[in-house]
Design a protein around this ligand. Structure first.
Ligand code: PEP
Length: 248
């Protein structure tokens, strides 16, 4: 099945009002690439100004709380980020799993809450370096998918991102064969859970994607796009990845 490529940026805890000008170039590149989707997840404080500045670009949150409202000091709900202008959110990013001790169940609850609020979701999974070296990557990713993908996931609102943790921000990437194998495993696992709908779910690769390696990675079977951290912070680095996806 043909799936539209998606290139999504993740600014993490970077950026300021001043850096929103980078999105002008990203939005221009997205307009030049009507055959693919482009999105950028930004810190909560930048969602509203980013959405106002580049209305044609999908702006998202990097996380949401699983509850609709309540006594959760410092947290932000899916409805709140939607009201600010977000159309999607990340869930279960490995930095939240590591730093905030979030589990796959938490990622499931956040994804489900975001969907209920009308947001699209990019749900992240991926093994640690120790798990990779121990030959446990496959089982870890299958287990994360099993515990975190909502039963009603489908390609309209749900995207999976395979991000080996040891490749995030390190400049190291798996081989193309390893990426292809893990994406095939991830899609097969999804199929055991949601049946034929798995064919329409996009599976992104994430981990040290750059303008130099994007073309080769995006040509791998079952790779339907990229989730990009460091190289999404400037238009100069992000636009070549968008262009590579448009050509893939
Ligand atoms: C990420 O944060 O999801 C990511 C893939 O980061 P980087 O591209 O910097 O490795």
């Amino acid at each position: 099945m043909a799936r539209r490529k998606l290139v999504a940026g993740n600014w993490k805890m970077h950026g300021s009002l001043g850096s929103l000008s980078e999105l002008d170039g990203v939005a221009a590149a997205a307009r030049q690439a009507p055959g693919i989707d482009v999105a950028v997840a930004v810190p909560f404080t930048l969602i509203a100004p980013a959405a106002l500045r580049v209305p044609g670009l999908a702006i998202g949150a990097e996380d949401v709380h699983e509850a609709e409202r309540g006594a959760h000091t410092g947290c932000v709900s899916a409805a709140m980020v939607k009201e600010a202008g977000a159309t999607f959110t990340l869930a279960g990013h490995s930095e939240r799993r590591a730093d905030q001790h979030e589990t796959s169940h938490d990622a499931w609850a956040k994804a489900a809450a975001a969907h209920r609020a009308g947001l699209r979701v990019i749900l992240c999974c991926g093994e640690t370096e120790a798990e990779h070296n121990a030959g446990r990557a496959e089982r870890v990713v299958q287990s994360q998918i099993e515990k975190s993908v909502p039963d009603d996931a489908d390609g309209d609102w749900f995207t999976l991102a395979y991000e080996p943790r040891w490749a995030i921000g390190t400049g190291r990437t798996p081989t193309l064969e390893q990426i292809g194998a893990m994406h095939a495993i991830a899609r097969a696992k999804l199929a055991t859970m949601i049946g034929d709908r798995a064919q329409a779910v996009r599976i992104l690769y994430g981990g040290s994607v750059t303008g130099d390696n994007a073309g080769a990675i995006l040509a791998v079977e079952h790779v339907d796009g990229a989730l990009v951290g460091g190289a999404s912070l400037t238009a100069a680095k992000f636009v070549p990845i968008i262009a590579a996806a448009a050509d893939a």
